[in-house]
Write a protein that binds this ligand. Sequence first.
Ligand code: MIG
Length: 661
Amino acid sequence: MTKRYVFGSPIETDAILCKPDAEIWQDGRLSFQDNALSCEMEDEEIVYGLGQAVRGINKRGWIYESNCTDDPRHTEDKHSLYGAHNFLILDGESKTGIFVDTPSRVVFDIGYTESHMLRIVPQTPDFELYLIQGETPDEIVRQFRGLTGRSYIPPLWAFGYGQSRWSYCSEEEVRQVVKNYRENHIPLDSVYLDIDYMERYKDFTVDQERFPDFGAFVEEMKRERIHLVPIIDGGVKKEDGYEVYEEGKEKGYFCKDEQGEDFVLGVWPGRCCLPDMLNEEAGRWFGRKYRILLDQGIDGFWNDMNEPAIFYSEQGLREVFEKIDEYRNQNLDIQTFFAFQNMVAGISNNPKDYASFYHNYKGEKYCHEKVHNLFGYYMTRSAAQALEELSPDKRILLFSRASYIGMHRYGGIWQGDNNSWWSHLLLNIKMMPSLNMCGFLYTGADIGGFGADVTEDLLIRWLSFGVFTPLMRNHAAQGTREQEAYRFESRELMRNVIGVRYLLLPYLYSEFMKAALGDGMMFRPLGFLYGDDPVARRVEDQLLVGDSIMIAPVYEQNAVGRMVYLPETMKLLRFRGGQVLEEAVYQKGHVWVEMPLGDVCVFLKKNRILPLSEGGEHVAEVDFENLKLYSFGEDVKPYDYYTDDGESRACELAGMKTLAG
Ligand code: MIG
């Protein structure tokens, strides 16, 4: 049961598709005072949610802020990452879902100030509140997702393994990457083009010198069964004669500053203007630009820098230069020096800048600060709507960095600039169910880590988890160690681990589709299914993946195995050296399981089926018909197997069939 409450005059976000009638507020489990919602948490209560956020599956014990931020250091002292996902579930004696719908900041103090108090403080007194009651967290998620609409469904090929780097700078470089994968027989379906494919970072251009005949190159790659996926940035280069800029300027499609002039910010291309993604007409215009690449054969995109990231504003830069002039030739005392250093460091993503430009949203003028968390959402929505018009039959891959709930209908997200740290592999594991709750099913982190130098073992372990995440992409930053799977000594292990993805593909796709079409989750914490088991409820490093299996990834260096908690009888299936080994059946309880580097372990639930294919070197090679079914138990439940052509948008119409064990 869902109840909706309206406080003040909220700005519409379009997160919720069907709104129940609003009710009059009365304090109940939550009370409302001084513009804060609060309630006491029971000792045993678990708080799930918040989507993309640092720390645990259980969010208790920290203070989080929904404020889309480009911060490439996801350390546990941070409060915000790229997404704003204001949905929580309190799982105690009773179960309550809470969604705070507002396009500006919200602070969630979940037992940080007072260990038993939850306090939710929206930045403004204008917001909508949804309270959802249910018997189980699953049921609450389903209700919530019913309100917010069906999750985005990518084409099947986008479930293949992808290789990315900032940046592959020329046709030749991309060709080499593909050649190395194919020669080593390591599966691959896509290569990502980062900002350097563009002509001086100008959206919707391709550098003519480094990619002289882009259309022909896209076709050449297609023959190799490789999809190229270019990046699109939120800011448009301010350059006379550049068509996108000229048009946007002339039509008045850019965000405006206080004086009504086009707001200027510095991002990769240098000085840029921001298309007003919240303005319907401007969004439609920007979205249609994707056609330029679509016409050259491209069928996937990733949207970046759309928090939006601001390296500097004209005003911010001016202030720094003024300070420099003022301080020149002075002997600064050390406090002044540090204040100056902070001022320079604070020039990027400065709150003052976010308060200094304006949108035209649903016919009204809004300061950016008031609608900040919608920018990435509306950029991606504009793109998705245009892509649906331009490609009405065929699904297009689309995912974004910034997001808000509601965007899950239009695209996936990747988890942003993590590091090649073991702790970030664990963060990736913990974030999956939280994101799924909020509707983001097509998601994954940069496998191997984006910043910092990867080690071979970290890459293998990360891939061994990444084989389960719908978006399975290896990506690394400029200046870091080369991270392609074939660069390492143990190519054999890399090949086998990545190969597991292709064995699992029929299962993963089926489970993904069932979650998307049925408003469910593909990755669930153990507590969702085994809520009565106090041990299972506290497990933070194992996940249920779909209906048949549980995983327990290794995320520590030099580990040769780990303790696993079995919440019920399960059978260990081990992928090793291209084989599937059927191992012990374990009873409920803790067990030590050996997991040497290169092994991928799954724990199969009793009386459930895990269908596996024979694999392939790319998605088109995988046979979805001839499956081997793994199961154990006397009463094996038939498996609801979802397949379709993997390409057409009308996927709901395609087949569901039952596989018997
Ligand atoms: O400021 O395009 O998160 O994936 O490689 C960095 C370069 C800009 C941030 C993205 C990352 C991408 C990088 N971008």
